[in-house]
Design a protein around this ligand. Structure first.
Ligand SMILES: Cc1ncc(COP(=O)(O)O)c(C=O)c1O
Length: 341
């Protein structure tokens, strides 16, 4: 472990992979109310990972930025929807690490920056607005690749991160998270049945799946919660095989034993509604329910639909009376302050 005086960040090696410590870990696992069907909710507060107002991406960025620093990169490039939490947290990581950050974003530059865009600007990132539609992921990825080549041609050494940081390296952060949850459950004498979370680009899901496969390979089966991803973007629903491949690849680069099976991967797409970032009646109700029952702040795009999926599954009888269910609150709070005219 080492502290770089210029960067003020601890670097270490985890399973042979460079990691910069950006997140406040472990995050709390806090008790929630009894759900329909008498199961009990627990909330894993990954909205409080700390980095630039927190969220799930801080865990991925620990490894992505570890790889960037190890490769000698002098700037980070990434891409996302107009109000991307991943982009905002990459901007925050760049500020901490002294790396220039370029963000490729959907939409046009608004007259007044709000939410994640306001914060990214404050962290010193360059925001490149592409005019692309909110879920035109393919176009956005092409724009990221083009910008990467452009900056290379200018003599920069970018570390370019695909959408959501969902690479095998990024997913390592959620292998760590799965282990963390199991340790917390054991300490609390719980045997949670399921971990439920919002899934979009799939890296969070892949890391958790990998973490579970690893625990299973170690024979740690006494506490082995299954995983229920609530899909909030169409790509993820179609992308079933890629979560499996990403998970297996992530285990491989960390040199961890574990075999990912088809049945390990479950994406419940019923809570998406019309499309990415378009609220549903259930997501609006989940925002109010979470605020009233735990003072949890959910965002429209991600966590509201994730929680809607959890509440809906509980109502439909997925969990038996007395079973513990964990919701990973993956963040997104800056979006709450964006006006939707
Ligand atoms: C708040 C929030 N929750 C969940 C997710 C989904 O994570 P992933 O892209 O790893 O599937 C994101 C991704 O942007 C997010 O910002």
């Amino acid at each position: 472990m080492a502290v770089d005086p210029n960067r003020r960040v601890v670097t270490e090696i985890w399973q042979g992979q460079p990691r910069v410590r950006l997140a406040t870990l472990p995050t709390h696992l806090e008790r929630g109310p009894v759900l329909a069907g008498q199961s009990l909710l627990w909330v894993k507060r990954d909205d409080l990972t700390g980095l630039g107002m927190g969220g799930n991406k801080a865990r991925k960025l620990e490894f992505l930025c570890g790889a960037a620093v190890a490769s000698g990169a002098d700037c980070l490039i990434t891409v996302g929807a107009g109000q991307s939490n991943h982009c905002r947290m990459t901007a925050a990581a760049g500020a901490l690490l002294g790396l220039e950050v370029h963000l490729v974003l959907a939409g046009d530059r608004p007259a007044v920056l709000e939410g994640n865009q306001l914060l990214s600007e404050r962290f010193g990132a360059h925001q490149h607005f592409t005019g692309a539609g909110p879920a035109e992921w393919g176009l956005l990825e092409i724009a990221r690749e083009d910008l990467t080549e452009e900056l290379q041609a200018q003599g920069l050494k970018p570390y370019s991160i695909p959408i959501g940081g969902s690479t095998a390296v990024g997913a390592l952060g959620y292998i760590v998270a799965y282990q963390e949850i199991v340790e917390q459950a054991v300490a609390l004498n719980l045997s949670p049945k399921s971990i439920v979370f919002t899934s979009s680009s799939g890296g969070t899901h892949a890391g958790l799946v990998a973490g579970r496969a690893h625990m299973r390979a170690l024979g740690r089966t006494e506490v082995l919660p299954n995983l229920l991803a609530i899909g909030v973007a169409k790509g993820v629903v179609a992308g079933f095989p890629s979560v499996k491949e990403l998970a297996q690849e992530s285990l491989a680069i960390a040199g961890l034993p574990g075999e990912v099976l088809d049945e390990d991967i479950e994406v419940d797409a019923r809570w998406l509604g019309k499309d990415y970032a378009i609220p549903t009646d259930a997501s609006q109700a989940a925002i109010t329910w979470a605020a009233h029952n735990g003072a949890w702040v959910l965002d429209d795009v991600y966590t509201a639909k994730g929680m809607a999926g959890l509440l809906g599954n509980a109502t439909q009888g997925r969990w038996a009376s007395g079973e513990d269910v964990i919701f990973i609150h993956t963040g997104g709070s800056p979006e709450v302050f964006v006006r939707h005219d």
